[in-house]
Design a protein around this ligand. Sequence first.
Ligand code: ME8
Length: 633
Amino acid sequence: MSKTFYVTTPIYYVNAEPHLGHAYTTIIADFLARFHRLDGYQVYYLTGTDEHGEKIYQAAQAAGMEPQAFVDQISERFKAAWQQLDISHDYFVRTTEARHQQVVRQVLQQVYAQGDIYKADYAGLYCVGCERFLTEKELADGKCPIHQTLPEERREENYFFKMDQYRAWLTEYIQAHPDFIRPEGYRNEVLGMLRESIGDLSISRLKSRVPWGIPLPWDEAHVTYVWFDALLNYVSALDYPTGDHYARFWPAARHLIGKDILKAHAVFWPTMLKAAGLPLYQHLNVGGYLMGADGHKMSKSLGNVVDPFALAQQYGPDAVRYFVLRELPYGQDGAVGVQGLIERFNADLANDLGNLVARARALLLRHLDGVVPQPLPTQAEQVVAQAGQALIEKVRPLVQKLRIYAAIEEVLQFVRSLNRYFNDQQPWKLAKDPAQQERLGTVLSTVVEGLRLASVLLEPAIPRKVRQLRQSLGLKEEYTMAEAAWGLPHPGTPLPAEAPILFPKIEAETPAAPAASPVPALPAKPPIYIDDFGKVELRVALVKAAEKIPKADKLLKLTLDLGGQERTVVSGIAQWYQPEDLPGRKVVVVANLQPVKLRGILSEGMILTGVDPQGNLTLVGLDQDLASGSEVR
Ligand code: ME8
């Protein structure tokens, strides 16, 4: 059986323009779609817009437009945003399209006919922002915690879906399928909701009050509640019930959502599917919030949004994609800002990746006529080859667990190791020695092969730039994940003499520091007296433990032994050292530095490192072993 993968984003409300929060989920889904396509899956990627309901109706009225004209207009804005960010969806569903409305009516009729829908009076607290009734428990200080608004008291005659009767079944299902809702914290949250009655779901609104919706097939005085309508997009877009797409892709469905719509997807939707006799989706993947500069969830109602059009226009789509993918562990909340985008771009893409491409290109063009030769590998090349070969098996499981930021970091670690290899082999020196031309060719072709491999694994994140990278190195335009294997012969196409700079460094928006020369001129600081230097207490220390610091990917937390005295030191070496490489090593510590709190951890000293022209750090060591605590002077 061929491998299939069906990934969906929420369909976004068209009551306002798309913002970076929407782009976040859409880019993650796009990464997954592209990764799986390259990995040999048949992929269907669905996104779209949610166009009915009270909220949209009110927004259209406020804009002084007919609802249909209004939703047509905003829906186009979402399409344009996704085009600008190179989103590769297979279909863009709209809940106002005839096919979708037909499926909603059909499912409603079926569930009504089997006796799972009844009419009753209902009174409750309704949040128009969420488009659902909230329970007392869900309120914070009487307000909706997401929209910070007071819900309205509502009493009306509605049709109800007998949702509560499926509570025990759903609880058992979630318990028996640990991967159904991920990450685990959200699964537990849902199991918590299911511990008490979930009530029956009001699935209609009086047309006299909310005219913008799909009329109930058996009672035209009511329109369908927007969630009962919207959730069915995931199957209507596949031509449920008879379509080929439905048969092929629904068994492989993975929904991506933000945590704001957890209850609708983890409680309403599975019970609706059960009632309609459809199998459940495979996974519900729940993401955290992108926070605005004010520390609140980025949302149109709070007015703290970042415009993805403007960002993509200024920095290019790949910079935006890379930033949101790399910056936030999926499932957690995180603040984002332009400054962070610039720093991430400059550090990873301009410095680590782009520079290496430029340096390899320059030497190949200058000394080897732009032709990448066959390598004659030695031990050093075998080490690089092994790391490259192992990469896909490290990356794939991380992607499957949605640890996309970690998957990208694996690739960047490899790129950094390629930089170290390049610097260690010093090809610019080999180039000057006629006896070393073969060796020069081997080093450069090893770097090109490493970059090719990295390009395959980075394609789902930065598809446009990866094409440009390949072109500038004379590689093929396209590679599959199967070709993320070390040692594919270079196609032999000579490198183009001219190629645009892959990732031109972005100048910071705040005044930039004066550009540093590669190796700082000596001396760079004013002279000091020996007494001044004597104030610095340097000691040998043994690293006992090292660990990453969550959300601080440049920092490691080290536990040091200074001769019987334990110290914690936070050090900015995480880009160059893995935590597991450090225990047992001796380092040199500034032992009398005033302690400071870094990321909430008290750092009691500083370890010494050397810096190469590219800014790479290496630990300062000792020629001979000395006991921990020994003085250094
Ligand atoms: O809820 N951070 O639509 P919606 C991260 N139409 N993700 C964010 C975000 C933020 N600050 N803001 C929005 C709806 N999102 C319904 C969905 S599905 C059948 C119907 C993303 O326009 C996130 O994925 O309010 C969230 O779940 C979704 O946009 C909500 O979009």
